[in-house]
Design a binder for this molecule. Structure first.
Ligand code: GLC
Length: 470
């Protein structure tokens, strides 16, 4: 019997190792490979952001014209293979050869072009995937265009994944015909609260809707977590599944990681102490064995930075050091820089997005603070565990699904429920207290050996693909 190999095309705007601004890039950089290993023909299509990737190293497959309302835009098609996965790149210098990936005045037009190009390229390549799997608002037009325009792909199914419902792709109504090239008669499909909402449209038309943890999937029925889209989630809840993200366990392996000062693993932790001392030297902190707390995060309110801010004076009364790495809201950036000035031997704040330094901080630190207000999945808490930095997290979204509170023998971190300074501080104190006891070794061992690989979740995705295409 011929083996039924599913053809799944991922469509996204971020993918490691090419470029990423957050967790989406990690997921698109590792899930397709895991699906490949499980027997799926998974491929990935991305815009070619030329600032991050030189097309000289890619193979050119051809050139087509992509219609976008009254425009006809040229589109180069490039490809490469990495680790058994085929990547396609959509080239248009006008849209994608820019300094920034996002935040341009015409993002709506740029990603509408990309979304139409996806289908035009599939026609050009005569490649008919069983499933097109789109991710977040930038590719929300992919399933929408499929249903409205590309009816020749009648056997292809659409999966849409929400990595964070905060970003919905909202636009003024005027963009519908003039930029997206969609008839007024379809306005109601994309309309939400008087404006165009691409995530809403994708939720309505997709065949399966997923998000990145079971708890976040549940929370999305609450209008607060759904950022206003609660009614649309409820209407489409029969299609919704929450599947916990994994991480690339080879990439985030302290025995192999290239950017850290010394390798280590769960059986031999001597290198961990070296990482701490080298980072203290680098950051001008006193050489000390006091617990080192770390924050590696976008400095945004939903990451729970207020809880850290409001309890920091108390936390710093303990014998600890704090390293903060991240960028974001000005007021938070200024606050942490100010704290570094005020308490120089204890606080180091690096206001930057620096992946290399992030690895070093994961490897050096003992306790990882992530008290998010909401967190669809979160990958940092998993990476921290792998590097033996014990997470203190709030029980929300994927944090709740990946970190279990340490009691006696089991558990890989410290978990608190209520979004308030008191509960957070108590959890931090528990972690600091435990650091000084023999229990710490057991806890750290649990954390470092937690299963954060993709195999279980890849099986959950495959189940969806099979259900859709049987
Ligand atoms: C978004 C979410 C984060 C998740 C990531 C990957 O960045 O905010 O929680 O881990 O996507 O799915």
């Amino acid at each position: 019997m011929k083996k039924d190999i599913k053809k799944v095309l991922f469509v996204a705007t971020e993918c490691n190792p090419f470029w990423a601004t957050g967790g989406l890039g990690d997921v698109i950089g590792s899930l397709p490979g895991a699906l490949r290993n499980a027997g799926v023909d998974a491929r990935v299509m991305l815009p070619l952001f030329e600032k991050s990737l030189d097309k000289a190293g890619l193979t050119r497959l051809g050139q087509i014209t992509v219609p976008l309302a009254w425009r006809n835009q040229s589109c180069g098609i490039y490809t490469t293979q990495r680790g058994g996965v085929t990547y396609y790149f959509v080239e248009n210098e006008y849209y994608f050869k820019r300094p920034a990936i996002y935040g341009e005045y015409d993002d709506g037009e740029r990603f509408a072009f990309f979304s139409r190009a996806v289908w035009e390229i599939l026609r050009f390549l005569d490649y008919k995937p069983d499933v097109v799997h789109s991710n977040d608002w930038q590719t929300a037009l992919v399933p929408i265009y499929h249903k409205l325009i590309y009816r020749d792909f009648d056997k292809t199914k659409d999966v849409f994944t929400i990595h964070n419902i905060e970003y919905q792709g909202k636009f003024d109504r005027a963009i519908l015909g003039d930029v997206f090239g969609i008839d007024e008669e379809h306005y109601s499909l994309l309309d939400f609260d008087g404006c165009i909402n691409l995530v809403k449209g994708a939720m309505e038309v997709c065949d399966a809707l997923t998000t990145v943890s079971p708890t976040y999937a549940q929370q999305l029925s609450d209008n607060y977590y759904a950022m206003g889209l609660g009614a649309i989630v409820a209407k489409n809840s029969h299609k919704l599944r929450g599947i916990l993200n994994g991480i690339d366990e080879d990439l985030y392996d302290p025995s192999k990681a290239s950017g850290i000062f010394a390798p280590f693993d769960a059986a031999d932790l001597s290198g961990k102490a070296e990482n701490k001392h080298e980072l203290q030297r680098l950051l001008n902190l006193p050489l000390s064995d006091a617990p080192m707390l770390a924050v590696i995060s976008r400095l945004a309110s939903h990451k729970g930075i207020d809880l850290i801010k409001n309890t920091l004076d108390e936390i710093l009364k303990e014998d600890v050091q704090l390293v903060v790495l991240g960028t974001g809201e000005k007021s938070y950036e200024e606050y942490f820089s100010h704290m570094q000035q005020t308490v120089p031997g204890k606080v180091s704040a690096i206001i930057a997005f620096n992946k290399d330094l992030a690895q070093k901080v994961y490897a050096a630190s003992d306790i990882f603070l992530m008290p998010s207000k909401s967190e669809p999945c979160g990958l940092s808490q998993m990476i921290a565990c792998r590097f033996g930095s014990i997470p203190v997290v709030r029980a929300t979204g994927g944090l709740k699904d990946s970190i279990k509170h340490y009691t006696k023998k089991s558990g890989n971190g410290f978990v608190f429920d209520g979004y308030n300074g008191g509960e957070f501080l108590a959890a931090v104190r528990k972690a600091i207290g435990c650091y000084r006891t023999d229990k710490w070794h057991e806890l750290r061992h649990n954390a470092m050996t937690s299963d954060f690989g993709w195999s279980k979740s890849a099986r959950a995705y495959i189940k969806i693909y099979k259900e859709l295409t049987k």
